[in-house]
Design a protein around this ligand. Structure first.
Ligand SMILES: Cc1cc2nc3c(=O)[nH]c(=O)nc-3n(C[C@H](O)[C@H](O)[C@H](O)COP(=O)(O)OP(=O)(O)OC[C@H]3O[C@@H](n4cnc5c(N)ncnc54)[C@H](O)[C@@H]3O)c2cc1C
Length: 405
């Protein structure tokens, strides 16, 4: 039975305890501290990669991958338990673009050669991927994309530009949507290519966010070479592949465990005795009731995510319900980060202005760093309502495909 405080069935308790034991002994304090003080949506590669290599050595990095491709072959419930325990222990986020978005594309649509070349390098961390979908004028209306790939013998030459490309400045590869046929209906002329970023003709220009962070970029492609062996699926199949990928992007992760863990942290921080005059924030009835409301909403989200897991267990795809998950999770993310900012007040501003992300340990150091990143984290959290399809687009999908069934 599903309950708000998820009741792990007896046959999963041993599994859960083995994850807990591993995290207790193998997740270094400095990585936990780094994860807690990350203001951006993605963890810095410096932190994420170290955690990735620890999981890789253990054989758990492909925790949502099938065994035949180097994964654990865990069931959806086991994956969920793993994500929940990681969230509770402040494990850093993993590089999702390769692990959670491209990996499944290659299992489903890739050739045997693409699978054997790329999948092991995603898992080992040798390749760091970014996602080249959006363009100026092609975000919500993705089918309007203009970057063109022209076939020349056995290869394509790609020309155009991408925007909002997360971590393109760290990436050595980009999976990309391009137009190969301008004459047919927009969706049917799109193709999915794998691009080597370390070649002439690829230029990355930073975009600084509202919070002052460099997480996203513009990417300019000028006669960029892609061998036809690096086309995934057939020419014109890119739209189908993109839809599959977006479904995974919106619902491929369980968001509730991390959201609930963060609510617990806000509650704990708000229960500290204030350094200056005034009572504890947690004793303010308005603050306490706002927090309780968010907790209830996050628990309800957890139930929805578990329902989707049951569907996956039954061999079905999650489908457009992932839009509900994305919408609810992005709203919760922003509200929780707003309350966290309230909990810290101006403490962060009184600390040193640099934002060290990595290195120091101990509860006091973590508290100080969290105070410093509370405001930038809140500003960055606004992006949740935009990336992977904006809230308005998710509502449109829910209206058309879930409510009208
Ligand atoms: C932090 C961040 C990271 C990102 N990372 C990546 C990445 O790595 N790779 C990548 O390819 N893209 C990335 N994106 C881009 C993201 O997918 C797009 O920003 C998003 O799809 C919205 O597109 P847009 O910015 O062009 O806005 P627009 O599509 O121009 O939308 C502007 C506004 O109009 C609304 N709107 C548009 N169409 C409709 C409609 N039909 N009905 C109702 N309202 C509508 C939108 O909701 C929005 O409020 C990222 C974005 C952000 C903010």
């Amino acid at each position: 039975m599903l309950t708000a405080q998820i009741d792990i069935a007896t046959d999963h308790r041993e599994f859960r305890d083995s994850i807990r034991q591993f995290l207790k002994t193998q997740l270094p304090e400095r990585l936990r501290c780094g994860a807690r003080s990350t203001p951006t949506v993605f963890a810095e590669p410096e932190i994420a990669r170290e955690w990735q290599s620890i999981l890789f050595k253990k054989g758990w990095l492909g925790y949502n991958w099938p065994r035949e491709f180097g994964g654990t072959g865990w069931s959806p419930m086991e994956r969920y338990i793993f994500e929940k325990e990681c969230a509770v222990c402040d494990a850093p986020g993993l590089p999702v673009l390769g692990l959670k978005l491209l990996g499944p594309i290659l299992w489903h649509y890739g050739t045997a050669a693409q699978q054997s070349v790329y999948l092991p390098k995603i898992l080992s961390g040798e390749h760091y991927w970014c996602q080249g979908f959006s363009e100026p004028g092609a975000g919500s209306d993705l089918a309007n994309l203009k970057t063109v790939a022209t076939k020349q013998g056995d290869h394509y030459l790609v020309n155009g530009s991408k925007i909002w490309t997360t971590h393109a400045h760290f990436a050595d590869h980009m999976f990309c949507l391009v137009r190969t046929d301008p004459a047919v209906k927009a969706q049917r002329g799109i193709t999915f290519l794998l691009i080597d970023m370390k070649q002439p003709g690829v230029r990355v220009r930073p975009i600084t966010t509202l919070a002052g962070d460099h997480e996203v970029n513009e990417v300019f492609l000028d006669n960029v070479y892609v061998h036809e062996n690096d086309r995934v699926g057939a020419e014109g199949q890119g739209w189908t592949i993109a839809k599959f990928l977006l479904e995974n992007e919106r619902g491929g992760s369980c968001h509730a465990p991390k959201l609930l863990a963060d609510i617990g942290r806000v509650r704990r921080d708000a229960a500290r005795e204030p350094a200056t005059e005034g009572g504890r924030l947690i004793d303010d009835p308005l603050f306490a009731s706002q927090l309780a409301k968010l907790e209830l909403e996050a628990q309800a989200l957890e139930i929805t995510e578990l329902r989707i897991l049951e569907q996956l267990n039954g061999g079905k795809r999650p489908g457009p319900q992932t839009s509900i998950v994305k919408l609810v999770a992005s709203n919760l993310r922003r509200k929780i980060d707003a309350l966290a900012m309230n909990a810290f007040g101006t403490i962060g501003l009184q600390l040193e202005t640099a934002r060290p992300l990595y290195g120091s340990t101990g509860p006091e150091a973590i508290y100080n760093k969290e105070a410093q990143v509370a405001a930038p984290r809140y500003l960055n959290s606004q992006a949740w309502a935009i990336f992977g399809g904006s809230n308005e687009i998710q509502r449109n999908i829910i209206a058309k495909t879930v409510l009208m069934i």
